[in-house]
Design a protein around this ligand. Structure first.
Ligand code: C5P
Length: 243
Protein backbone atom coordinates (compact mmCIF):
# COMPACT_ATOMS: atom_id res chain seq x y z
CA UNK A 1 0.00 0.00 0.00
CA UNK A 2 1.62 3.27 -1.08
CA UNK A 3 0.96 6.39 0.94
CA UNK A 4 0.82 8.91 -1.91
CA UNK A 5 -2.03 9.14 -4.38
CA UNK A 6 -0.90 7.95 -7.84
CA UNK A 7 -0.79 10.73 -10.43
CA UNK A 8 -1.98 10.85 -14.02
CA UNK A 9 0.51 12.58 -16.34
CA UNK A 10 -0.82 13.62 -19.75
CA UNK A 11 1.84 13.55 -22.49
CA UNK A 12 1.62 16.74 -24.54
CA UNK A 13 2.82 14.90 -27.65
CA UNK A 14 1.20 17.19 -30.21
CA UNK A 15 2.82 18.96 -33.16
CA UNK A 16 1.92 22.56 -32.37
CA UNK A 17 1.84 24.97 -29.48
CA UNK A 18 -1.80 25.98 -30.02
CA UNK A 19 -2.99 22.40 -29.44
CA UNK A 20 -0.68 21.93 -26.45
CA UNK A 21 -1.99 25.16 -24.92
CA UNK A 22 -5.59 24.02 -25.47
CA UNK A 23 -4.87 20.74 -23.71
CA UNK A 24 -3.24 22.54 -20.77
CA UNK A 25 -6.32 24.79 -20.45
CA UNK A 26 -8.78 21.89 -20.71
CA UNK A 27 -6.99 19.44 -18.46
CA UNK A 28 -5.44 21.60 -15.70
CA UNK A 29 -8.77 21.71 -13.77
CA UNK A 30 -8.64 17.90 -13.47
CA UNK A 31 -5.44 18.09 -11.41
CA UNK A 32 -3.36 16.09 -13.89
CA UNK A 33 0.37 16.64 -14.44
CA UNK A 34 1.82 17.26 -17.91
CA UNK A 35 4.60 15.48 -19.71
CA UNK A 36 6.82 17.61 -21.94
CA UNK A 37 8.86 15.37 -24.20
CA UNK A 38 10.96 15.69 -27.36
CA UNK A 39 8.11 16.86 -29.60
CA UNK A 40 7.10 19.78 -27.39
CA UNK A 41 10.55 20.55 -25.96
CA UNK A 42 12.32 20.84 -29.31
CA UNK A 43 9.31 22.19 -31.23
CA UNK A 44 7.95 24.94 -29.02
CA UNK A 45 9.46 24.35 -25.58
CA UNK A 46 10.00 27.95 -24.47
CA UNK A 47 6.46 29.09 -25.24
CA UNK A 48 4.93 26.00 -23.67
CA UNK A 49 7.05 26.46 -20.57
CA UNK A 50 5.60 29.96 -20.13
CA UNK A 51 2.08 28.56 -20.46
CA UNK A 52 2.71 25.78 -17.95
CA UNK A 53 4.35 28.15 -15.47
CA UNK A 54 1.40 30.57 -15.75
CA UNK A 55 -0.92 27.67 -14.80
CA UNK A 56 1.35 26.52 -11.93
CA UNK A 57 1.37 23.15 -13.67
CA UNK A 58 3.28 20.15 -12.37
CA UNK A 59 5.61 19.07 -15.14
CA UNK A 60 7.29 15.79 -15.97
CA UNK A 61 10.14 16.88 -18.24
CA UNK A 62 10.90 13.74 -20.20
CA UNK A 63 14.26 14.89 -21.56
CA UNK A 64 15.62 11.31 -21.57
CA UNK A 65 19.19 12.54 -21.27
CA UNK A 66 22.06 10.22 -22.13
CA UNK A 67 25.53 11.70 -22.56
CA UNK A 68 28.79 12.09 -20.65
CA UNK A 69 28.30 13.23 -17.03
CA UNK A 70 29.48 16.81 -17.59
CA UNK A 71 27.04 17.34 -20.48
CA UNK A 72 24.13 15.83 -18.56
CA UNK A 73 24.97 17.97 -15.54
CA UNK A 74 24.86 21.11 -17.73
CA UNK A 75 21.61 20.05 -19.38
CA UNK A 76 19.93 19.47 -16.01
CA UNK A 77 21.18 22.88 -14.85
CA UNK A 78 19.41 24.44 -17.85
CA UNK A 79 16.19 22.41 -17.45
CA UNK A 80 15.44 22.86 -13.73
CA UNK A 81 12.61 25.39 -13.43
CA UNK A 82 9.70 26.06 -11.08
CA UNK A 83 7.03 23.40 -11.60
CA UNK A 84 9.42 20.80 -13.02
CA UNK A 85 8.81 17.90 -10.66
CA UNK A 86 10.44 15.01 -12.51
CA UNK A 87 13.31 14.88 -15.03
CA UNK A 88 14.44 11.76 -16.90
CA UNK A 89 17.80 10.34 -17.86
CA UNK A 90 18.63 6.94 -19.37
CA UNK A 91 19.87 4.45 -16.77
CA UNK A 92 22.17 2.96 -19.39
CA UNK A 93 24.26 6.17 -19.15
CA UNK A 94 25.83 4.56 -16.08
CA UNK A 95 26.47 5.44 -12.46
CA UNK A 96 28.61 8.56 -12.93
CA UNK A 97 26.08 10.09 -15.30
CA UNK A 98 23.16 9.31 -12.98
CA UNK A 99 24.97 10.78 -9.97
CA UNK A 100 25.81 13.91 -12.00
CA UNK A 101 22.11 14.32 -12.85
CA UNK A 102 20.94 13.90 -9.26
CA UNK A 103 23.58 16.30 -7.90
CA UNK A 104 22.94 18.90 -10.59
CA UNK A 105 19.16 18.92 -9.96
CA UNK A 106 19.74 19.46 -6.25
CA UNK A 107 22.36 22.17 -6.75
CA UNK A 108 20.38 24.14 -9.35
CA UNK A 109 17.07 23.97 -7.46
CA UNK A 110 18.80 25.08 -4.26
CA UNK A 111 20.37 27.99 -6.16
CA UNK A 112 16.93 29.00 -7.48
CA UNK A 113 15.19 28.39 -4.14
CA UNK A 114 12.67 25.96 -5.64
CA UNK A 115 11.61 22.36 -5.00
CA UNK A 116 14.23 19.84 -6.12
CA UNK A 117 13.03 17.91 -9.17
CA UNK A 118 13.24 14.16 -8.84
CA UNK A 119 15.47 12.30 -11.26
CA UNK A 120 13.89 9.19 -12.76
CA UNK A 121 15.90 6.74 -14.82
CA UNK A 122 14.47 5.23 -18.00
CA UNK A 123 15.08 1.49 -17.97
CA UNK A 124 13.85 -0.38 -21.07
CA UNK A 125 11.52 1.59 -23.37
CA UNK A 126 7.98 0.23 -23.41
CA UNK A 127 8.15 0.14 -27.23
CA UNK A 128 10.89 -2.54 -27.04
CA UNK A 129 9.53 -6.05 -27.43
CA UNK A 130 11.24 -8.85 -25.45
CA UNK A 131 12.69 -10.36 -28.66
CA UNK A 132 14.40 -7.06 -29.54
CA UNK A 133 16.55 -7.04 -26.39
CA UNK A 134 18.96 -9.62 -27.81
CA UNK A 135 19.58 -7.42 -30.89
CA UNK A 136 20.75 -4.75 -28.47
CA UNK A 137 23.14 -7.16 -26.79
CA UNK A 138 21.05 -7.19 -23.60
CA UNK A 139 20.82 -10.67 -22.11
CA UNK A 140 17.66 -11.88 -20.38
CA UNK A 141 14.07 -10.67 -20.58
CA UNK A 142 12.65 -7.18 -19.95
CA UNK A 143 12.15 -7.90 -16.25
CA UNK A 144 15.81 -8.82 -15.61
CA UNK A 145 17.06 -5.82 -17.57
CA UNK A 146 14.70 -3.45 -15.77
CA UNK A 147 15.82 -4.75 -12.36
CA UNK A 148 19.51 -4.45 -13.24
CA UNK A 149 19.11 -0.87 -14.48
CA UNK A 150 16.84 0.01 -11.54
CA UNK A 151 19.56 -1.13 -9.10
CA UNK A 152 21.99 1.20 -10.85
CA UNK A 153 19.48 4.06 -10.57
CA UNK A 154 18.74 3.40 -6.93
CA UNK A 155 22.44 3.28 -6.05
CA UNK A 156 22.85 6.67 -7.73
CA UNK A 157 19.99 8.03 -5.54
CA UNK A 158 17.47 8.47 -8.36
CA UNK A 159 13.91 8.74 -7.00
CA UNK A 160 12.60 5.99 -9.22
CA UNK A 161 12.46 4.51 -12.68
CA UNK A 162 10.40 4.59 -15.83
CA UNK A 163 9.26 1.07 -16.65
CA UNK A 164 6.30 -0.86 -17.99
CA UNK A 165 3.47 -1.66 -15.60
CA UNK A 166 4.34 -5.32 -16.06
CA UNK A 167 7.58 -4.83 -14.12
CA UNK A 168 6.21 -2.75 -11.22
CA UNK A 169 5.28 -5.56 -8.83
CA UNK A 170 8.81 -7.04 -9.01
CA UNK A 171 10.37 -3.58 -8.78
CA UNK A 172 8.47 -2.79 -5.59
CA UNK A 173 9.24 -6.13 -4.03
CA UNK A 174 12.99 -5.74 -4.69
CA UNK A 175 13.43 -2.04 -3.93
CA UNK A 176 10.49 -1.19 -1.63
CA UNK A 177 7.57 1.18 -2.03
CA UNK A 178 9.59 4.38 -1.68
CA UNK A 179 11.39 3.72 -4.94
CA UNK A 180 8.87 5.14 -7.40
CA UNK A 181 7.54 3.62 -10.62
CA UNK A 182 6.43 5.81 -13.50
CA UNK A 183 4.68 3.85 -16.22
CA UNK A 184 3.99 4.72 -19.84
CA UNK A 185 2.43 2.18 -22.22
CA UNK A 186 -0.94 2.64 -20.52
CA UNK A 187 -3.93 1.65 -22.63
CA UNK A 188 -7.53 1.73 -21.37
CA UNK A 189 -9.45 -1.38 -22.57
CA UNK A 190 -10.23 -1.18 -26.29
CA UNK A 191 -7.75 1.60 -27.23
CA UNK A 192 -5.07 1.21 -29.91
CA UNK A 193 -1.55 0.17 -28.83
CA UNK A 194 0.25 2.22 -31.52
CA UNK A 195 4.01 1.58 -31.24
CA UNK A 196 3.78 0.46 -27.60
CA UNK A 197 4.56 -3.22 -27.02
CA UNK A 198 4.50 -3.78 -23.23
CA UNK A 199 1.15 -2.26 -22.28
CA UNK A 200 -1.28 -2.41 -19.33
CA UNK A 201 -4.64 -0.89 -18.40
CA UNK A 202 -4.75 1.95 -15.83
CA UNK A 203 -6.38 -0.45 -13.38
CA UNK A 204 -3.66 -3.11 -13.79
CA UNK A 205 -0.87 -0.51 -13.47
CA UNK A 206 -2.29 0.92 -10.24
CA UNK A 207 -3.02 -2.55 -8.84
CA UNK A 208 0.65 -3.45 -9.47
CA UNK A 209 1.75 -0.39 -7.43
CA UNK A 210 2.57 2.26 -10.09
CA UNK A 211 2.99 5.78 -8.70
CA UNK A 212 2.65 7.74 -11.96
CA UNK A 213 0.85 6.81 -15.18
CA UNK A 214 1.88 8.59 -18.38
CA UNK A 215 -0.84 8.62 -21.02
CA UNK A 216 -0.54 10.31 -24.40
CA UNK A 217 -2.54 9.25 -27.43
CA UNK A 218 -5.56 7.74 -25.61
CA UNK A 219 -6.16 11.26 -24.20
CA UNK A 220 -4.66 13.79 -26.63
CA UNK A 221 -6.09 12.06 -29.71
CA UNK A 222 -9.52 11.40 -28.14
CA UNK A 223 -12.52 13.26 -29.55
CA UNK A 224 -13.09 14.50 -25.99
CA UNK A 225 -9.77 14.61 -24.09
CA UNK A 226 -11.45 15.75 -20.85
CA UNK A 227 -13.84 12.78 -20.87
CA UNK A 228 -10.98 10.40 -21.71
CA UNK A 229 -8.85 11.76 -18.84
CA UNK A 230 -11.77 11.65 -16.42
CA UNK A 231 -12.44 8.00 -17.29
CA UNK A 232 -8.79 7.09 -16.63
CA UNK A 233 -8.79 9.04 -13.34
CA UNK A 234 -11.94 7.19 -12.25
CA UNK A 235 -10.37 3.85 -13.14
CA UNK A 236 -7.22 4.79 -11.17
CA UNK A 237 -9.27 5.89 -8.17
CA UNK A 238 -11.18 2.60 -8.14
CA UNK A 239 -7.95 0.61 -8.34
CA UNK A 240 -6.33 2.59 -5.49
CA UNK A 241 -9.25 1.76 -3.20
CA UNK A 242 -9.01 -1.91 -4.15
CA UNK A 243 -5.29 -2.31 -3.38
O1 C5P B 1 0.81 8.00 -26.59
P1 C5P B 1 1.36 7.15 -25.47
O2 C5P B 1 0.37 6.95 -24.34
O3 C5P B 1 1.97 5.86 -25.98
O4 C5P B 1 2.54 8.04 -24.87
C1 C5P B 1 3.43 7.52 -23.92
C2 C5P B 1 4.41 8.59 -23.56
O5 C5P B 1 5.34 8.07 -22.63
C3 C5P B 1 5.22 9.12 -24.74
O6 C5P B 1 5.34 10.52 -24.55
C4 C5P B 1 6.57 8.43 -24.63
O7 C5P B 1 7.64 9.27 -25.04
C5 C5P B 1 6.67 8.20 -23.13
N1 C5P B 1 7.54 7.10 -22.74
C6 C5P B 1 7.38 5.79 -23.18
N2 C5P B 1 8.24 4.81 -22.78
C7 C5P B 1 9.24 5.09 -21.93
C8 C5P B 1 9.40 6.41 -21.45
C9 C5P B 1 8.51 7.39 -21.87
O8 C5P B 1 6.43 5.52 -23.93
N3 C5P B 1 10.03 4.14 -21.48
Amino acid sequence: MTTTQPKLIVALDVPDLARANELVEMLTPLGVWFKVGYEALFGYGDALRAKLESHDANVFLDAKLHDIPRTVEAAIHALVRPGVRILTVHAIGGNDMLVAAVDSARARATELGIDIPQIFAVTILTSIAPESLRELGLLGGPGENVMRLAALARDARCAGVVCSANEVADLKSYFGHDFAALCPGIRPGGSAHGDQKRVATPQAAIAAGADYLVVGRPIVEAADPVAAARAILAEMEGAVHAR
